[in-house]
Design a binder for this molecule. Structure first.
Ligand SMILES: *[C@@H]1O[C@H](CO)[C@@H](O)[C@H](O)[C@H]1NC(C)=O
Ligand SMILES: *[C@@H]1O[C@H](CO)[C@@H](O)[C@H](O)[C@H]1NC(C)=O
Length: 281
C-alpha cells in the first residue's frame, strides 16, 4: 500500500518537473511555427540553431523566451547560412525537451523527397538544391535516416547523391524516413519531415498452387510419351478399335412371314426374294 502511494507520488512529481515539448514544428521559408503541447498559458519558447560546422546549439536572438508560437529566423539565416533549428518550451523555470524542426517543402536548406516502395526495398529520390551543388559540387549529398514506424530514425542511415535504395526491408511493414543535406561529412539545414510507406508484399505462390503445378507437369511428362508410343506402334489396333462395329440391320432378320399362304411350290426361293424386294420400296 505504502509502495503504491509512493509510486503515485513519484509519477505526480515527474509530471510536475517535466514540461511537454511543442508539436508540429515546421519550417516554411524563413518562418518557424509550432503548436503548444498543452492548453496552459504562460508558456514561453526558445528557438536554437546550429549551422553545419557548429557543434553547439545557440539561441536565435529574436526568439528567446518568446510567448509567440512562431519565430522569424530570416536574419539569423542570412548571417549563418543553412541552420538546423529546435524549440523548447519554458514555464516557471522548467524547460521541456528540445524538439527539432522539419520542413515539408524542399528549398536551399532542405531536400525535396519522394518515395517509391517495392517488395523488400524502398527508394528515396532527392532533389538536391542547384545552389548547393553550385557551391559545393560533389560534396553536396544527402543522408537518408530510416527505420520501422515508431522506432528511432537516428540509428540507421544511408548517404547518396541523387537517390538511395534501402534493401532487405520487412515486407508488409511500414517504414519511415527523413532526409537531411550532407556537406562533406556534416549534416546541415533542416531535415525533411518524416514520410512513411508500407513495403508491399511480393506475389508469393501458395504451397497448394505449387503442388498443383508440379502434379500437372508430372502428369504431362508421363502422358505425352505414352500417347506418342500408342500412336506410333499401335496404329493398326487403334484403327480397328475406331472402326464402327459391323451391325447387321435388325430388319435384315425381320423377314415378315407372308400373311397369305404361299403354296410351297417348287419355286419357293423365288417367292422370298420377291417379298424382300417389296419391303425396300
Ligand atoms: C521575417 O523578417 C524579415 C526581416 O527580418 C522580413 O523581411 C520578412 O518579411 C519576415 N517574414 C515573415 C514571414 O514575417
Ligand atoms: C516569458 O518571458 C517573459 C519575458 O519575455 C517573462 O517576463 C515571463 O515571465 C516569461 N513567462 C514564463 C511563464 O516563463
Amino acid at each position: 500500500m505504502l509502495l503504491i502511494f509512493m509510486s503515485i507520488q513519484l509519477v505526480v512529481q515527474v509530471s510536475e518537473t517535466t514540461l511537454a515539448p511543442p508539436k508540429n514544428i515546421h519550417v516554411n521559408g524563413g518562418l518557424l511555427t509550432w503548436t503548444p503541447a498543452t492548453e496552459e498559458t504562460q508558456v514561453n519558447y526558445t528557438v536554437q540553431y546550429r549551422s553545419f560546422d557548429d557543434k553547439v546549439w545557440k539561441n536565435v536572438p529574436a526568439c528567446v523566451h518568446s510567448s509567440f508560437n512562431s519565430c522569424n529566423f530570416t536574419e539569423a539565416e542570412s548571417t549563418n547560412g543553412c541552420m538546423t533549428l529546435r524549440v523548447q518550451a519554458e514555464r516557471h523555470g522548467l524547460t521541456s525537451r528540445p524538439v527539432e524542426a522539419c520542413s515539408k517543402h524542399g528549398d536551399s536548406c532542405t531536400p525535396e523527397v519522394s518515395l517509391s516502395a517495392r517488395p523488400g526495398s524502398l527508394t528515396v529520390y532527392v532533389n538536391i538544391s542547384p545552389s548547393l551543388v553550385q557551391d559545393h559540387g560533389g560534396h553536396a549529398k544527402h543522408r537518408v535516416y530510416f527505420g520501422k514506424e515508431g522506432e528511432s530514425l537516428e540509428r540507421n542511415y544511408q548517404d547518396g547523391a541523387s537517390s538511395v535504395s534501402i534493401h532487405d526491408l520487412e515486407q508488409g511493414q511500414r517504414y519511415c524516413i527523413k532526409v537531411q543535406y550532407l556537406l562533406y561529412t556534416d549534416i546541415t539545414g533542416t531535415a525533411s519531415c518524416i514520410q512513411c510507406e508500407v513495403i508491399p508484399e511480393s506475389e508469393k505462390t501458395k504451397p497448394t498452387e505449387v503442388i498443383v503445378a508440379v502434379v500437372a507437369v508430372f502428369s504431362m511428362a508421363i502422358l505425352i510419351p505414352v500417347i506418342a508410343y500408342i500412336l506410333i506402334f499401335h496404329r493398326k489396333k487403334i484403327k480397328l478399335w475406331l472402326q464402327p462395329p459391323y451391325n447387321i440391320p435388325d430388319h435384315f432378320f425381320d423377314i415378315p412371314r407372308p400373311s397369305h399362304q404361299l403354296s410351297y411350290s417348287s419355286n419357293e426361293d423365288c417367292n422370298i426374294i420377291m417379298i424382300a424386294d417389296v419391303r425396300e420400296k
